[in-house]
Design a protein around this ligand. Structure first.
Ligand code: ADP
Length: 303
């Protein structure tokens, strides 16, 4: 059984339904990937590494993670901070506006709260958001943890998921994103992230930049345009099936990564894994919200 650790922040999501009525759920880029990975590959063991508060919403998150069959052995508690929160408002034109309350969230203290125990896994997955929410001392400690995991044979997967407002400035974001790539065996650059952070305008720019980073497999997402894969100096493009009724693209990339990894870690070839990831993402974007109900999700990998 594959053991995966996914590190990051899960927040309370409040979404406008009608008038002032809001629906509450839990979401966050790496958390979304954890949920969809487990759904795609139920035989896997997956632990979410994060910190939560002592508040009642944190307790509810633990219960929800249990329902998703995500292990909570690496969820640590802060006595001083609560879960982060974000709110989405949908206007009549289908435009979405986000507001965040996350600067003081418990997850920003995850590495400080984590005991110096030995943890082990086959794969460790994190994102640019996972790094951005930490202070510099914790970022260094995170990379020490990653190096230690690697010496034990653990593989590293990374998605840059660049969010300007979470970083002190662009240079710092570039520095840590580059360091993360240098440690990665599998990377999921997004075309939009690289355009914003590095001004890369095409797959060739991204692959040229990643060339000396020693990444075994680079899987570049570019919305409906297709997925570019670079492995062993060979490039290929995997087409993405057109989705005519896109409802909400929240978590598309997170779901894609989950599907790709579930297939790849089960021994499927990269191209087949990308097609499966795209299929998972295509389902997720035809429903509202980051986490779609499990009853309408039927993508499983048969190892
Ligand atoms: P991110 O969310 O990381 O920015 P993308 O927007 O590139 O990532 O989307 C991730 C994946 O979701 C794509 O590789 C594709 O498989 C799928 N996807 C996103 N938008 C669409 C769309 N309009 N039609 C079909 N598939 C899509």
């Amino acid at each position: 059984m594959k053991r995966l650790i996914i590190f990051g922040e899960c927040m309370v999501e409040l979404r406008t339904q009608h008038g002032d009525t809001m629906a509450k759920s839990f979401a966050g880029d790496t958390y979304n990937t954890a949920v969809y990975f487990k759904r795609c590959l139920p035989v896997s063991s997956i632990s979410y590494l994060t910190a939560i508060g002592a508040d009642f919403l944190s307790d509810e998150l633990i219960l929800t993670m249990g329902e998703h069959e995500i292990n909570t052995d690496l969820v640590f508690r802060s006595t001083e901070r609560n879960l982060g929160l974000y709110m989405i408002r949908n206007d009549n034109q289908g435009e979405r506006t986000f507001a965040y309350w996350r600067a003081q969230s418990a997850a920003t203290q995850t590495i400080n709260l984590m005991p110096d125990d030995n943890i082990s896994a086959d794969w460790f997955y994190f994102s640019g958001i996972s790094i951005a929410i930490l202070d510099n001392a914790q970022r260094e400690n995170l990379f020490s943890l990653i190096k230690k995991l690697k010496t034990q044979g653990c593989k590293i997967a990374f998605d840059p998921n660049y969010r300007t407002r979470l970083w002190e400035d662009e240079d710092i974001a570039q520095h840590w994103t580059t360091r993360a790539y240098q440690e990665s065996d599998l990377a999921f650059p997004g075309a939009d992230d690289h355009l914003m952070l590095f001004r890369h305008t095409c797959a060739d720019d991204i692959f040229a930049y990643l060339e000396d980073k020693n990444i075994t497999e680079v899987v570049m997402k570019n919305g409906a345009i297709g997925v570019h894969i670079l492995a062993q100096q060979e490039q290929c493009i995997v087409p993405v099936e057109h989705v005519s009724a896109v409802v909400d693209t929240t978590a598309a990339g997170d779901a894609f990564n989950a599907g790709f990894m579930a297939a790849r870690l089960s021994g499927k070839p990269a191209v087949e894994s990308a097609s499966f990831g795209a299929k998972v993402a295509a389902t997720v974007i035809t429903y509202p919200g980051a986490i779609i109900p499990s009853g309408i999700f039927s993508s499983h990998i048969t190892p």
